[in-house]
Design a protein around this ligand. Structure first.
Ligand SMILES: [Zn+2]
Ligand SMILES: [Zn+2]
Length: 349
């Protein structure tokens, strides 16, 4: 099979590798589409501490082409379109036992990040991949592979929103109108929230409004914290979702909260840096600052339902689809700061 092997930062080559064989409890998936994540872009720039060579790509979907002997044919069959849960959760630790498998510590120790004897990475930038049957979620409808490739990023946003008890009619601010910010907007509108987006690029603000946001503010033109307060009867937002990596913007996100508000640090802070927080205000006004990272299994399942049933159409935040043989153009596009999701296509469909 062909795989996009990153030998070192900035050096990805289309490489012939042996097609993996599924173990008894695994299936072989012919990958159809694979999204490029911000994390793949960071790997490409060497802006990470992981080992190389590496094959990126964790936002993949595809079709089952081979089954291990122990896979239950009642649940999975050859020809079925599936996505796979990508966290190497141990199923045994206290986090896994309490529905927090997305932060299972085993994952951080896995070959996804460091593999001294070979290739690290999630390996979704390849023609084939093996996956454990108990990690699979099937798509039942005739859903487009491009939409299916949004499962993992949408699931990250579902997890982020599931961690908040949002009530009808509450004010919610989304900081940043990139792919993840706008996926938040789509979900929050369906949750019955009044959504305010803070985003410097005019096209992204316009798209946010088209997707149902109540207001889209330009943080370069006026103080976004003041603007959020004005738009919320002087209260601030009940929930704030920060989708920007910049430390200074994280400070703004915290300041946007209403009394009893919650600020969700959805984005990692990159470069990693501490920020000043008015802890007294957290105390006096019972505010919460928390975080969300990868999706839980449940969030993954819910993202599949949302896309498969047509409740969420992620295509407004699709930048473009590139054939895998043109991976360099796909990566170059994903590296531009103003782009939405870039999807890499495998095979004919
Ligand atoms: Zn991702
Ligand atoms: Zn675990």
């Amino acid at each position: 099979m062909k795989a996009m092997l990153m030998h070192k930062p900035g050096d990805v080559r289309l490489t012939e590798l042996p097609t993996p064989e599924p173990a008894a409890d695994e299936v072989l998936i012919a990958i159809k589409a694979s999204g490029i994540c911000t994390n793949d872009v960071r790997d490409y720039h060497g802006d990470c501490s992981y080992s190389y060579p590496r094959i990126g790509g964790h936002e993949y979907c595809g079709t089952i082409v081979k089954m291990g002997d122990a896979v239950n044919p009642k649940h999975f069959q050859v020809g079925q379109n599936v996505v796979s849960y990508i966290i190497e959760d141990c199923h045994e630790c206290n986090l896994c036992k309490t529905g927090n498998e997305n932060i299972c510590l085993d994952h951080l120790e896995s070959k996804v990040f460091h593999n001294p004897d070979g290739i690290s990475g999630y390996c979704g930038f390849a023609e084939y991949i093996t996956a454990k049957a108990d990690d699979l979620i099937a798509y039942e409808e005739e859903t487009d592979f491009t939409k299916m490739a949004f499962t993992e990023p949408l699931a990250c946003c579902v997890n982020s929103i599931n961690r908040c008890d949002i009530r009808f009619g509450q004010d919610v601010a989304v900081v940043g109108g990139g792919t993840m910010g706008l996926l938040h907007v789509m979900l929050l509108v369906r949750k019955g929230a009044r959504v305010i987006v803070s985003e410097p690029l005019v096209e992204r603000r316009e798209l946010a409004l088209k997707l149902g946001a109540y207001a889209a503010i330009d943080p370069m033109e006026s103080d976004p914290v003041e603007r959020v307060r004005e738009l919320t009867r002087g209260q601030g937002a009940d929930f704030v979702f920060n989708t920007c990596a910049h430390p200074k913007i994280a400070v703004q996100a915290i300041d946007m909260m209403a009394p009893c508000g919650t600020c969700m640090m959805f984005s990692s802070i990159h470069p990693r840096e501490n920020i000043p927080v008015d802890v007294s205000a957290l105390h006096t006004f019972q505010k919460t600052v928390t975080g969300a990272v990868s999706p839980t299994v449940r969030a993954y399942y819910e993202a599949v339902q949302l896309i498969d049933k047509g409740i969420i159409d992620p295509l407004p935040v699709l930048e473009g689809v590139f054939d895998y043989t043109d991976f360099q153009s796909a990566m170059d596009t994903a590296c531009r700061p103003d782009t939405y999701k870039v999807v890499v296509k495998f095979g004919e469909w």
